[in-house]
Design a protein around this ligand. Sequence first.
Ligand code: GDG
Length: 466
Amino acid sequence: MVISNRVARADPRTTEDAGASGGLAVAVREALSETAGLWFGWSGQLSETPALHGPEMQPGGYRIATVDLTPADHRGYYNGYANEALWPVLHSAPHLMHHDADRYTAYRSVNRQFVDRLLPLLHPDDMIWIHDYHLLPAAEELRRRGLRNPIGFFLHTPFPAADAFAALPEHRALVEGLVHADLIGFQTASDLRAFQDYIRWEAGGSVSMDGRMEAFGRHFRASVFPISIDPAAFALTAERNADSDYCLKLARGTGRGALLLGVDRLDYTKGLPHRMLAYERLLELQPDLRRRMAFVQIASQSRSKLPEYVAIRRELEEISGRINGRFSEPDWTPLRYINRGIPRETLAGVLRMARMAVVTPLHDGMNLVAKEYVAAQNPEDPGVLMLSRFAGAAQELDAALIVNPLDHDETARRMHQGLTMSLEERRERWEAMMAVLSANDVSRWWRSFVRALADAANPTAQPPTG
Ligand code: GDG
């Protein structure tokens, strides 16, 4: 049984909505299909009298049950506390936090409502897997109602340094709620370390070498489970869609030069302005490359009514306009900024045709676009992955061109290095990354989490060994 903020009703392969087609949706769908589970969360709809929809069977062989949110709860819980307070803090940007006590009240209240709706749907032998920062208090709410089933929690975002997390006025109450789970999963070892620091220094708890922890009178475990994709399936989709209309048009539009590609939800954590500024630097430094390449940024709309998102959109329009104004030729456009999502299958084909993927977030839990790009490549002539050191994926994909996205000169130099890299080096780097992906695919991600949860919830079991 999975509980997450948003339930993806559509088939993630065909939708253009990055939220519904993104990594969480694909990964959760796979886990649920194999276990015939139930997925519970928000329907994506607003209503003044929220009803429960379902449970209803989905084509993948699992069930979904959803609830609507009232417009006030959507403002307070989702836009307000989750996306304007928790999201920036979790991405080490506490100065962007908009805090308001009423929003926290709405956040707690929606967590309670979710749990009240979920409870009658649970069976005594269900394992419960809670996803992401929207639902930090859900485990505590479930325990308060007497539930003794195994509860796991997975955080898709980074966990920041302990004192950055402490910028949230409710940080203690949030962690106290979270540790009612038996197992807490993080994307990377550095997220886990930051959480351990919090438990030791802010919560006054203890952390043992074997992953067991104690805080707020609770015993629980925390470990690392890097989320992933199904590389074989994605490779097949990419190969099949390499000649789509969209790809052909894109190739024509780049004058058949090398395509540098960015694909992201439009979010201030993704480092989009910095990457455009680095590209501008490349255009200044390497005039010889000018007509031989083009940069395409696909940025699907996300949380588009929030002020920070309006601001970043304006900033990108300004930077992309300036770059095109400075460098365009009558028959060549250096940068195309596409502010709309595309279907997942089309996206796979586009990733395959790009000579370089520019994945340069300022902070990112994992970043699945990086993994999708590697899987999409033609093994005979693979492209180059440029990856920010601040993406969780960099801890696994260290054969990428790793950059500090805040250093525009370095990023520009690395772009040049990637565009002029020999086939031999491209293949070597790609094979190393593909080997990591094949060993750590999405199936391993959810299976190892479920196994560790079963152990964590069984007090006589030994701790997981790695
Ligand atoms: C959160 C964490 C973590 C993007 N544009 C389109 C589109 N996408 C798809 C990508 C990818 C997904 O959305 C984005 O996943 P990311 O991992 O890159 O980033 P977040 O959305 O921020 O996800 C992140 C993730 O959760 C999973 O744990 O990795 O760190 O922030 O799958 O392909 N899909 C379609 N059209 C688009 O235009 N169809």
